[in-house]
Write a protein of this length. Structure first.
Length: 178
């Protein structure tokens, strides 16, 4: 459903309710190409932004110098639920907060799933097993590798060279630097 900006302002509550119900709402200005869209996904993103803003307002302010000196203590407190707003010259520059179980704030799971899809599940599992954790495996797949002619294992695997990549992982398994 499409609305002008003026009409959207008058009917904002109704439009938000419609978006929550799953309807996509388009908002534009007469005679211009500018268009905004409200959808349930937009509202979920806004809810997340509001939650971060609320945390920032409730966070304990810490200077960058103090954060550098006290990082182990701050990390312990953040993992316990406390949030810190790190400032430099009085301006906020970073937020330190704990990650609740199940949270994936930067989409790491999607990155790992994408890599597993790109290189194949078996090769991905082999790399995670050989290198010890998914983070190391992900970095290894993206870096150029001498044993693969200076190309990344991901690129080689995606071009049909999975067996070559598996051979390099086998060398790693046997302690050969590759």
């Amino acid at each position: 459903m499409a609305f002008t900006l003026t009409e959207a302002r008058r009917r904002l509550e109704e439009l938000v309710e419609r978006a929550v119900a799953g309807e996509e709402i388009l908002i534009g200005r007469r005679g211009r190409d500018e268009v905004a869209m409200i959808s349930s996904a937009t509202l979920r993103a806004l809810r997340g932004e509001l939650a971060l803003l609320t945390q920032a307002l409730e966070a304990t302010r810490v200077t960058a110098t103090e954060a550098r000196r006290s990082l182990p203590r701050l990390l312990d407190e953040a993992s316990g639920g406390k949030a810190f707003l790190i400032t430099r010259r009085g301006r906020p520059v970073a937020m330190l907060r704990g990650i609740e179980s199940g949270d994936d704030p930067v989409g790491i799971a999607a990155i790992y799933d994408g890599l597993a899809h790109d290189v194949g599940a078996d090769l991905w599992a082999h790399a995670v097993d050989s290198l010890g954790d998914p983070g190391r495996a992900a970095r290894w797949f993206m870096k150029p590798n001498r044993a693969l002619g200076g190309r990344s294992p991901r690129a080689v695997a995606m071009e049909g060279g999975s067996d070559r990549v598996a051979t390099v992982l086998g060398r790693i398994d046997h302690g050969v630097i590759s």
